[in-house]
Design a protein. Structure first.
Length: 197
């Protein structure tokens, strides 16, 4: 059944993930949270929503550029955009273990939950291209609010067609929304004729 944002997404069924792969994904998420929080210390607009959207942008951009995400986390569709499914439990564990602190600030009349890294991230978990990509995204989004980034994430086709709570496959990031060329239209027409035959 389609949701209010568009047609139903025909998602790839995620393969069973061994627990060591999910642990690795959580470790990479932890270290990336620490890195983003460290790099964003001077950004007045950095809060929980922005952290979420920076993680999303980094993972899906990495998938398109490098063929794999940075963290390996599943992202699911929420009312206000895509989010890493394990972000809340991982952040809670990080708070409990003294790796991050969360401070609530007033930002132009809005409540901003700012994450602070209490230790250095272990960047050995990432390749140099991955960190360079994340740093570029942080710089590109500097002083943009979480609301700005959330609204921008609503243009992502994977979020538009997913039902709330549904996992958004990384491969959706490869979908191009440009107009098809005449040659591509002809190929699509021939494929459609072949399928109908």
């Amino acid at each position: 059944m389609p949701n209010s944002r568009g047609a139903k997404l025909v998602a790839e069924k995620p393969a069973a993930t061994p627990s060591n792969l999910s642990q690795t994904a959580d470790i990479r998420l932890r270290e990336l949270i620490l890195h983003i929080a460290r790099q964003s210390e001077g950004d007045e607009a950095f809060g929980a929503v922005k952290l979420n959207k920076l993680l999303f942008a980094a993972d899906f951009t990495a998938y398109v550029k490098f063929g794999k995400s940075i963290t390996g986390q599943d992202y699911f569709a929420l009312e206000h955009g895509p989010a890493p499914r394990r972000l809340k439990p991982v952040l809670e564990q990080m708070k409990d273990e003294g790796e991050v602190a969360i401070r609530v600030d007033d930002f132009h009349g809005f409540r901003l939950q700012r994450t602070f890294a209490l230790r250095e991230p272990d960047l050995s978990k990432f390749g140099p291209d991955e960190i360079a990509l994340v740093d570029h995204i942080i710089r590109d989004c500097w002083n943009r609010t979480g609301t700005d980034l959330s609204n921008a994430s609503h243009e992502f086709i994977g979020w538009k067609v997913a039902q709330e709570g549904e996992i958004i496959p990384y491969s959706v990031g490869l979908v191009d929304r440009r107009e098809l060329t005449k040659s591509e239209q002809e190929i699509a027409r021939k494929l459609e004729e072949f399928v109908r035959a």
